[in-house]
Ligand binder design. Sequence first.
Ligand code: ADP
Length: 182
Amino acid sequence: MQLHPVKVAELTYLRPVKRALFPGSFDPITNGHIEIIRRGLTLFDEIVVGIGLNTSKQPMFPPAQRLKWIQEVFQNEPRVQVTTYTGLTVRFAREIQARFILRGLRSAPDYEYERNIDLLNKYLDESIETFYLLSSPETSFVSSTLVREVIKFHGHLEGLLPPHIIADIYATYPESRPVGSK
Ligand code: ADP
């Protein structure tokens, strides 16, 4: 286990690093995810953003592209690391010595969905605790699914994603630019 030196007055002691896994598909990462990660950094020493490659859904963006975008967003934040993983999320959390999982909650359907996953994860590995942060009103309507729809139907992406990701999307899919934009 990795230990973290803590100094209180003259006393220095070592405590375990509080590492959380933030799992998801991040197809692509949105301002909603970014907000949860930034707020998560006030709770945990380190956050590992895990891009899960399990889903049967065909992603819009390749894993390497999703990984690069997240790394760019957090390039000045050494406490955030990004990786891909396959298999059970709790198993991966254990593998990277993360005792915590971080998730965001936008709405009641999110809660219902997360509750089942939480129960299953506890059944699989009760040593891993999941923490939930409620999304802010500014981002609670943002989802990767909605962003992919906006891309397909040439809507404005501003405010949903960081500007450099929007620029990359327009470069890769010039046809997705909103009508009338340069
Ligand atoms: P999505 O549901 O958008 O496809 P992911 O599967 O990548 O996203 O989700 C990863 C985590 O991020 C989940 O806990 C999800 O609830 C959370 N999340 C996604 N969008 C937001 C948002 N706008 N605000 C807060 N949490 C969010």
